[in-house]
Ligand binder design. Structure first.
Ligand SMILES: [Ca+2]
Ligand SMILES: [Ca+2]
Length: 129
């Protein structure tokens, strides 16, 4: 799955389309929540053995309703996510233009808009979603 496909599924970041990947919960507050995804082996802070209570492999595609800015899909936005986004800042394309590098708005690049989303959601003490 790539960012362009996720973007085409999400109905323009409203997460309330009629098919594909949607989230009625994210749709109620698109400034704070979204649906993130990553191939498990590509998560910058390390891969998961289990995700959402399910055993996952290194090539499992993980999809999660979460906070904007949660690059590593652990449900909170903290320094790990800031480090990931910062490392990819200014980059894009098929490699870096993905949620797990910080492309929160699925426009294909990691830029100031994405950094703003992360900063707005930054709260290491938040309850994980
Ligand atoms: Ca996180
Ligand atoms: Ca972006």
């Amino acid at each position: 799955m790539d960012a362009a496909r996720v973007d085409s599924f999400d109905n323009g970041e409203t997460w309330n389309g009629t098919g594909g990947i949607v989230s009625s919960t994210a749709a109620t507050n698109v400034l704070s929540f979204a649906v993130g995804y990553a191939e498990n082996s590509e998560i910058g802070s390390g891969s998961y053995a289990t995700f959402g209570g399910q055993a996952v492999g290194s090539h499992s595609v993980l999809i999660k309703y979460t906070r904007n800015g949660d690059c590593n899909l652990d449900g909170v936005v903290n320094g790990d996510d800031g480090g990931i986004l910062g490392g990819a800042f200014g980059l894009g394309g098929s490699t870096y233009g993905n949620w797990h590098f910080g492309d929160m708005d699925y426009d294909g690049s990691v830029d100031g808009d994405d950094g703003g989303s992360l900063n707005g959601a930054y709260d290491p003490n938040a309850t994980p979603v």
